[in-house]
Design a protein around this ligand. Sequence first.
Ligand SMILES: O=C(O)CCC(=O)C(=O)O
Ligand SMILES: [Fe+2]
Length: 350
Amino acid sequence: MSVSDTRDSDATPAPTISSEVTLKIDAIDRVHNPDPEEFRQEYVYKRRPAIITGLMDDWPAMGRWDLDYFSKHFGDMEVHANLQDLDSQLILGRIGKFRPMRLSELLAGIESNDNPRQAQYLRAYPVHRMLEHHPGLKDDYELPSLAPNWADIRFAAQPAKVTRNPASLFGLWLARKLLNRGSDKDAPITTVSSRLAAVMFVGSKGTITPFHSDGMQTTAYLSQVLGRKRCYFVSPEQYKCLYPRAFRRQFGMAQVDYRRPALDRHPRFRRVVVEETILHPGETLYVPNGYWHAIEALDTSISYSHQVVNEDNALDWLRCIPERFIAELYFKFKGGLYNVTGAKDWDDWS
Ligand SMILES: O=C(O)CCC(=O)C(=O)O
Ligand SMILES: [Fe+2]
């Protein structure tokens, strides 16, 4: 497995995170077509983020996906556009407004945006809905064979190799049963469903997803098709520096604004150590479960994210389920789950 860490010689804008934190620039390993077992040893089990190169080399999406492609095939879909106001507080669920509109209208806005204080985003849109609309989309990409996904029917669940503990083995069996149901079936409300196995991101330069860790302890493989994205990472054990909201394992939402932190309210943020990298087209970002990340687009951008549950994190996922019911009630009480998480188009959470 060869590891490299070269920064592109292109002029890259200065980091936007508050200068109060310790920032490690270009701190994430790049690995080219890693052997799956080595990748697990070096990154998955050690819970280290990585950029994987070579995984998308054969994806037709690389030559196909641009704003015109999405307008042609999905333009008449009704979506919730996230209209981001970059001067406002950058906290998940608070960043700008959500407006229902046709995707074609949103794409036109993305194309013509020249206001650096605003950004338009189709954020975390469920790919299963796009596939229902235009089944040909499935030919454009491939799930990384590196990461079998129990939340997707195309991967048969593997017997557990990670433990001999009977209780854990039973848990893994149960998680597999709940997850491996096939993407054409209705999702029971008790699970992170196969419908959430993949989400799409299409946005203008400047879009932001503020610090969060992915809900229900899924791992993410974020494949970048168009444009560059700057990624900031905070390791799981530093979570207190980000002041997460309650139920951080189910909905990992930081309350600190990483660009303009209120240090009187969030003094621990000063102590955080942040790793930074820039993700380029053709590269796949591996985000370990529970790892905090904030992502901002340096160009007009299209990315495809696999949310993965398999034997590596299925027990963490399963443990989240009982608490999730309480979390849902709590956030509904706080003003509506959608308003809090900003996940407007996720029908599985309703
Ligand atoms: O690219 C983004 O804006 C966010 C991506 C992300 O958080 C994920 O794939 O888990
Ligand atoms: Fe994420």
